[in-house]
Design a protein around this ligand. Structure first.
Ligand SMILES: NC(=O)c1ccc[n+]([C@@H]2O[C@H](COP(=O)([O-])OP(=O)(O)OC[C@H]3O[C@@H](n4cnc5c(N)ncnc54)[C@H](OP(=O)(O)O)[C@@H]3O)[C@@H](O)[C@H]2O)c1
Length: 292
């Protein structure tokens, strides 16, 4: 009999890839987007999970508007924290493993080497606090939840989602005549959604629980990432570097938030391929979607 998995937030960049990867691995999958099940509604979550005897419950739903969250911290907390409590309680009732996703923004960015799971979080704003609280809820009610922190997610699904991703923003800007300015003093580990989905499911299949980081495997500044995107896409807009002082955002963001994949690799899960190859895959997959 095939293993049964549920994916909440299934229409997002990561949700789409989790559903695809689980199906490829012959799981029996139920995928719910926000219209089908709003995870902030405890009764809806409970009755949805009671209907489908799932072994694994993936939560890729999130409130990701980092700047807007400073104006509406309650909205961010409802989705990123209290809704995770709904999921954790419902998983406990049906004895399912909860697999939840969090962010590199739980850190304050003072590190100069990739963050490990042992580093202490110190969130800098409403979005980051809400995501850290979500991690705690996932761990508070369940002994075996798997919490995966990731960074700068980009997947071909971002072509069609309302929130998009950094690669799509860069391509849109490149189509205009104005120079593009990208910060060079902020470093992260932008992560390809299909690989994030695959590596997470690998961890699940190895019976892992607890906290794991899954990022690109290399630290990269947003400026250098933009350079690489344009190189791989074969376009050459005018790209200029800027910095945090010149480019202010409403929410504070960690200057350095690269994640170490060391714990994931020690668990026997494959390292990430080079970022250039990953971007080549992104553009290949994107091209098939644009044709459709
Ligand atoms: N994107 C990034 O750069 C990034 C960076 C670090 C960590 N992460 C984490 O990685 C995970 C996946 O992110 P992603 O890039 O796939 O995000 P995404 O593309 O923005 O997808 C999030 C999905 O969650 C849905 N959602 C929001 N509120 C919901 C609710 N109340 N009930 C059910 N669904 C709801 C959204 O639906 P609507 O579109 O209808 O709102 C959307 O389909 C999240 O945990 C995120 O916090 C992302």
């Amino acid at each position: 009999m095939s293993r049964r998995a549920v994916v909440f937030g299934a229409a997002g960049q990561l949700g789409i890839e989790l559903v695809r990867e689980l199906k490829e691995r012959h799981y029996s999958v139920i995928a719910w987007d926000r219209r089908q099940v709003d995870i902030t509604d405890p009764a809806a979550v409970e009755s949805a999970l009671a209907q489908f005897d799932a072994e694994f419950v993936f939560n890729s739903a999130a409130y990701n508007q980092v700047d807007v969250a400073e104006q509406e911290p309650q909205a961010a907390f409802l989705v990123n924290a209290l809704a995770v409590r709904n999921l954790a309680l419902a998983c406990r009732q049906v004895d399912a493993q909860l697999i939840h996703f969090s962010t590199d923004y739980v850190f304050d960015g003072r590190a100069r080497a990739p963050y490990t799971e042992e580093d202490h979080p110190h969130p800098l704003g409403a979005y980051a606090v809400s995501k850290l609280a979500g991690e705690l809820y996932a761990q508070a009610y369940l002994e075996n939840s798997l919490v995966v922190r990731t960074s700068g997610v980009f997947g071909p699904g971002g072509l069609a989602t309302a929130r998009g991703n950094f690669v799509e923003v860069m391509l849109r800007l490149a189509a205009k005549p104005n120079p593009i300015r990208v910060v060079e003093d902020h470093v992260a580990s932008p992560t390809f959604a299909p690989l994030l989905a695959a590596r997470t499911i690998d961890l699940v299949e190895k019976g892992q629980a607890g906290l794991f980081h899954i990022g690109a495997g290399v630290p990269v500044s947003w400026f250098h990432f933009a350079q690489l995107i344009f190189e791989v896409a074969g376009v050459s807009p005018t790209l200029l570097s800027t910095n945090e002082r010149e480019y202010r955002t409403v929410a504070r963001r960690p200057q350095y938030s690269a994640l170490s994949n060391g714990k994931m690799e020690r668990a026997g899960v494959a390292a990430m391929p080079p970022l250039r190859d990953v971007l080549a895959s992104y553009f290949e997959q994107r091209a098939t979607m644009v044709k459709k």
